[in-house]
Write a protein that binds this ligand. Structure first.
Ligand code: ADP
Ligand code: MG
Length: 231
């Protein structure tokens, strides 16, 4: 089907319809992490997802990013149901639509910044030039670290590199799971400002966070408790 590769002109609206997620373990009771979530995300803007630990925030983000399967319900991507998506369709969706940013940065310490960024594309069978890597780094205001290794950099710099790595794909949707959880206040502000700028430039940015600062950056805030959205 490879719908995503052939049809790249759409506006990116994602709609979750009654999404439920149950984790089944071999022993013990199953966990209902999402209990019927209905929500629509638009073209651009910065949306924060708030909620207590264990409320289902990461589950929601992983399902949105195609990193995990939903148990029931449907995700409609630009009018198209994902119920019959094959693994190839999900791959294409992840590779062309989604940029994911994690709390722990997930950079490889033995590789330079340049190689970390290039590797994420090479895993998809794509290549990019040094100039394209520099361009992505400029977007996070870091263009002098190309040949350095992550362990020579601060936490804030590492997270900006992780953002650059997410941007190299030119994703339409950026998902960030507690991206400032390991950072101090100043670095947090910088990361939020970068995400805000990206959201103004046409990216749909969705961020899970516990920060008290989210109100000053958010276009939209959603709250989740016990696997359900609350007003
Ligand atoms: P949050 O990110 O809001 O802290 P999560 O989405 O990680 O919450 O988790 C929601 C619920 O699902 C929790 O009860 C958690 O223990 C459970 N859960 C999350 N991931 C798994 C998993 N892989 N297997 C079993 N249970 C899980
Ligand atoms: Mg979480």
């Amino acid at each position: 089907m490879l719908y995503f590769i052939y049809n790249r002109k759409w506006c990116n609206v994602i709609e979750l319809k009654d999404i439920k997620k149950t984790y089944k373990s071999k022993k013990g009771l199953p966990t209902e992490a999402l209990k019927g979530v209905n929500i629509k995300f638009g073209d651009k803007g910065l949306c924060f997802v708030l909620g207590k630990s264990g409320s289902g925030k990461s589950t929601l983000l992983n399902i949105l990013g195609g990193l995990d399967n939903y148990t029931s319900g449907d995700i409609i991507i630009n009018g198209k149901s994902t119920k019959n998506f094959t693994e190839t369709d999900w791959d294409a969706y992840r590779n062309t639509y989604i940029g994911f940013i994690f709390q722990e940065f997930n950079l490889l310490d033995n590789y330079t910044v340049e190689d970390n960024i290039k590797l994420s594309l090479e895993l998809q069978g794509k290549k990019c030039s040094e100039e394209e890597v520099k361009q992505a780094l400029r977007m996070v205001e870091l263009d002098d670290v190309l040949k350095r290794k992550p362990n020579e950099l601060s936490g804030g710099q590492k997270q900006r590199i992780a953002i650059a790595r997410a941007l190299i794909n030119n994703p339409k949707i950026i998902l960030a799971d507690e991206p400032t959880g390991n950072l101090d206040e100043d670095n947090e502000k910088m990361i939020f400002q970068i995400l805000k700028d990206l959201s103004k430039e046409g990216k749909c940015v969705i961020v899970v966070s516990h920060s008290n600062e989210v109100k000053s950056y958010a276009d939209k805030i959603i709250k989740i408790a016990n696997g359900k959205l609350v007003k």
